[in-house]
Design a protein around this ligand. Structure first.
Ligand code: GUN
Ligand code: FE
Length: 428
C-alpha cells in the first residue's frame, strides 16, 4: 500500500458538536491510516507524493448505514403508499426478480457503479433472500473498493409465494452457508445477518438467526419501529414482548455492543430506547424514506442527547437517493418540522451534528472510521466546490454547509479514497 498526502481545505468532526476546519492543509495517509492533519508537511513525510486538491473540500467518506441494493432499480418510483402497502406493491415484486441471475447481474452492476461514484465509502446493505444473487452483489461491491456489510435477507412468512423461503430451517441453513461462503472471501466485504423485520420472520427462524449470530459472532441488521401499522402488527405477532425491540432482543438479535443496526426507530418508546442504549444498538436514521412512505420523523435530537450510536441511512428505495448528502439535508429539514409541529423541546439538528452522523457517527460501526484523527482508517472524498460558484468569500464551514445543501457530492465529487486506496479520481 502506498503512502501519500492530500492537500486541500480539510473538514471533519471530533465529536457531534465539534467541526474541525483546516483550510489549505495536509492530511497524511500511512499504511491505510490517517496520521493527522498538518499546516505544513512534516519533515519526516517530505518524500511522500502529494495529491494536490488545493482550493477543494477534503472530508471523510460518508457512511450509509441502511440501503437495499435490489431496490435501487426502482428508486424514485412508487412513492404513493404507506410502508406495508408499498412493500407488497413495489418492493416484494422487484426483489422476486433476483431469483434470475441475469437480472441480478444487470441490476447489481448499475448499483455497484452508483456506489462507486458516490461519496459513500462504507455501507450496510440488504440484498434479497437469494443467496446466489447476494454473493454476486458482494463480488461487485468488493470490486468497487468500498467497505460493506451485505446481508442475504431472511423471510419465511407474510410474503408472496415467489419471495418466501421454504421453511425456517431452510432459511437458517442457507444463511449459515452464506456466512461460511463469504466471511473470508473478500478484503472489504462482509456478511451480516439480515432478518427483513419481525413480520417476515417466524419465531423459529428468528431464534435460529440469533444462534447463528452468536456462533459466528456475526453482525445483525433489520428494521425497527418504522411505521404505526407495522408496530401494531408486531404487537399482535409478539404479544409477550414488551415492545418491538424487546422482541428482537429476546431472539438474541441485539447481541453484543455495537454489532446491530436497526433502521428507523421512529416510534420507539422510552423503554425500547433504553434497551437499545443498553445493548449499544446502532440507529440508522433514514429521513427520506420516513417522509416518502409517510412513516413520520424520528426523534433524533433525543437520541443524540442520550449519546446513542446513530448514523444516517439512505434506505433506497424507501429513500429515493443514495446520496448521504441528501440524507443530511433531509435530516436537518425534518428535524425542523418535528420541532415546529410535534415537540418544541427537541431542538432542530445542526449541520455539524448531521455531518458527524454521516461520517464519524455511522462510520464507527466499521471501526475507527469517519475522521482524520490519528489512527483512523483513511477514507476521504474531495469536492470541488468551485463548481458551485459564489460571488463572495466564504468560510470553510460555510462552504461545507453549502456543499451539503447544494448536492456537492453529485455535482462536484472529484475523488474518493477508502482504506488508503484511491477508489476513483477525475481531473475535470
Ligand atoms: N421494512 C421491511 N422491509 C422494508 C423495506 O424494504 N424498506 C423499508 N423502508 N422498510 C421495510
Ligand atoms: Fe429499509
Amino acid at each position: 500500500m502506498s503512502d501519500f498526502i492530500i492537500k486541500g481545505d480539510i473538514c471533519y468532526t471530533a465529536d457531534k458538536n465539534t467541526l474541525i476546519t483546516r483550510p489549505d492543509s495536509y492530511v497524511v495517509c500511512k499504511d491505510g491510516l490517517s496520521v493527522g492533519v498538518y499546516d505544513t508537511i512534516p519533515e519526516r513525510y517530505a518524500t511522500l507524493p502529494v495529491h494536490d486538491r488545493g482550493g477543494m473540500l477534503v472530508m471523510p467518506g460518508m457512511a450509509d448505514l441502511h440501503i437495499h441494493a435490489p431496490q435501487y432499480a426502482y428508486r424514485g418510483l412508487g412513492m404513493d403508499m404507506e410502508l406495508l402497502d408499498w412493500l407488497n406493491a413495489y418492493a416484494f415484486p422487484e426483489e422476486a426478480k433476483y431469483a434470475d441471475m441475469s437480472y441480478a447481474d444487470r441490476a447489481y452492476t448499475i448499483f455497484a457503479e452508483a456506489v462507486k461514484k458516490s461519496a459513500t465509502t462504507r455501507l450496510a446493505v440488504f440484498g434479497t433472500l437469494h443467496r446466489e444473487a447476494t454473493v454476486l452483489l458482494m463480488d461487485k461491491l468488493e470490486a468497487t473498493g468500498v467497505v460493506s456489510y451485505v446481508g442475504k435477507v431472511n423471510m419465511d412468512r407474510n410474503s408472496p409465494d415467489d419471495l418466501r423461503e421454504e421453511s425456517a430451517a431452510a432459511s437458517a441453513e442457507d444463511t449459515e452457508r452464506f456466512i461460511l461462503e463469504t466471511r473470508d472471501k473478500y478484503k472489504n466485504t462482509y456478511p451480516i445477518i439480515t432478518p427483513r423485520f419481525i413480520p417476515s420472520c417466524s419465531d423459529e427462524l428468528m431464534k435460529s438467526l440469533g444462534e447463528l449470530s452468536k456462533k459466528y459472532d456475526a453482525r445483525v441488521q433489520s428494521h425497527l419501529s418504522e411505521n404505526p401499522s407495522e408496530v401494531e402488527w408486531v404487537r399482535e405477532l409478539c404479544p409477550l414482548a414488551e415492545n418491538y425491540g424487546a422482541a428482537y432482543d429476546g431472539f438474541g438479535m441485539f447481541g453484543s455492543q455495537g454489532k446491530t443496526i436497526m433502521a428507523h426507530c421512529v416510534y420507539s418508546d422510552d423503554r425500547e430506547i433504553a434497551l437499545m442504549k443498553n445493548r449499544g444498538v446502532y440507529i440508522a436514521h433514514c429521513p427520506a424514506s420516513n417522509m416518502n412512505v409517510a412513516s413520520g420523523v424520528a426523534p433524533v435530537r433525543k437520541y443524540l442527547d442520550m449519546d446513542m450510536r446513530i448514523g444516517l441511512g439512505s434506505d433506497v428505495a424507501g429513500g429515493h437517493s443514495e446520496s448521504v448528502f441528501t440524507a443530511m439535508v433531509d435530516a436537518l429539514q425534518s428535524s425542523r418540522l418535528y420541532w415546529r409541529l410535534v415537540d418544541s423541546s427537541l431542538k432542530p439538528l445542526s449541520v455539524t451534528e448531521v455531518f458527524y452522523m454521516a461520517t464519524k457517527g455511522g462510520g464507527s460501526f466499521f471501526g475507527k472510521v469517519g475522521s482524520f484523527e490519528e489512527g483512523y482508517e483513511f477514507d476521504a472524498v474531495v469536492i470541488d466546490d468551485s463548481l458551485l460558484p459564489h460571488p463572495q468569500p466564504l468560510s470553510l464551514s460555510e462552504r461545507l454547509e453549502r456543499a451539503i445543501y447544494l448536492g456537492g457530492d453529485i455535482k462536484a465529487l472529484r475523488a474518493k479514497y477508502c482504506r488508503g486506496r484511491e477508489v476513483f479520481s477525475s481531473e475535470s
